[in-house]
Design a binder for this molecule. Structure first.
Ligand SMILES: [Zn+2]
Ligand SMILES: [Zn+2]
Length: 94
């Protein structure tokens, strides 16, 4: 398991427990995205282990695979890395 930790926006009070960047669990490679509409942070799967040993060689998430926000359904999500500002209000996420 990758290390998840809680991030909290000082301005809009949005809170999430995410990796804060590229990570992986048992079966999938994940990355963290943030929603520009509601500020929700979420870890999403960008690559799956196909045969239990190797990830698919394509590390880059194609734009069309960008998921919709699970919280509000908006498709205005962007890759979010620890240290980036809140995708919703630009406040600092700690
Ligand atoms: Zn915020
Ligand atoms: Zn949203």
């Amino acid at each position: 398991m990758s290390g998840r930790r809680q991030y909290e926006c000082a301005l809009c009070d949005r809170r999430a427990v995410v990796v804060g960047g590229p990570g992986h669990d048992l079966h999938n490679r994940t990355t963290t995205v943030g929603c520009c509409e509601c500020g929700q942070l979420d870890d999403v799967v960008v690559a799956r282990r196909i045969d239990g040993s190797a990830f698919s060689p394509d590390d880059d998430m194609a734009d069309e695979l960008m998921p919709k926000c699970r919280a509000c359904g908006a498709d205005a999500v962007m890759v979010w890395t620890a240290g980036d500002p809140c995708p919703r209000c630009g406040g600092s996420l700690e």
